[in-house]
Design a protein. Structure first.
Length: 169
């Protein structure tokens, strides 16, 4: 079992600072809040037999805008930090029930994408994933996962990340 750095040690301070950096205040928190307020699927109505979209849902944003960027990062060998949205809420108090993971690989077919992720809540488990069917992004999408969280995943987005060397490197 690896020892955790004690408060006051340089590595402890580095880890705490990297966690705070990952929130990208205030824009990062605002992104979570915006995603928390999206519907699961697109909303709209039919007009003369044609669909009119009023608002794109979390599924569409994940599959159509975020996933291509994340896949491009992974294809170039760059891990992608992901904001995982787990709650639909207008309450800022619910921001803390969302999650962050690091995507480092994926397997994709026409009907299924499995994103391999490092979940800080799961330790050294290399079998952690988020899985989804990309074929119907306008509809609410089930994001299967084995993250060490108790909530369903509504969608995820690529968060800003800038590397920083650890102390002593």
């Amino acid at each position: 079992m690896a020892l955790r750095p004690a408060p006051g040690q340089p590595l402890y301070g580095y880890i705490v600072q990297r966690l705070i950096d990952s929130w990208h205040l205030p824009a990062g928190v605002a992104a979570y809040y915006q995603w928390m307020n999206l519907p699961d699927g697109d909303t709209g109505f039919d007009l003369f037999g044609r669909p009119v979209v009023i608002e794109r849902g979390a599924a569409w944003h994940t599959i159509k805008t975020q996933w291509p960027q994340i896949a491009a990062d992974l294809d170039s060998g760059t891990p992608a930090a992901l904001g995982v949205v787990t709650v639909a809420s207008a309450s800022p108090a619910d921001l803390g029930v969302n999650h962050q993971v690091l995507a480092y690989g994926y397997v994709a077919s026409t009907s299924q994408v499995t994103v391999r992720v490092y979940d800080p809540n799961s330790g050294r488990n290399d079998g952690i994933y988020i899985r989804f069917d990309p074929r119907a992004p306008a509809k609410p999408t089930a994001f299967a996962h084995n993250l060490n969280i108790a909530r369903p995943v509504r969608g995820f987005f690529r968060t800003a990340y800038a590397p920083a060397p650890p102390p002593g490197s």
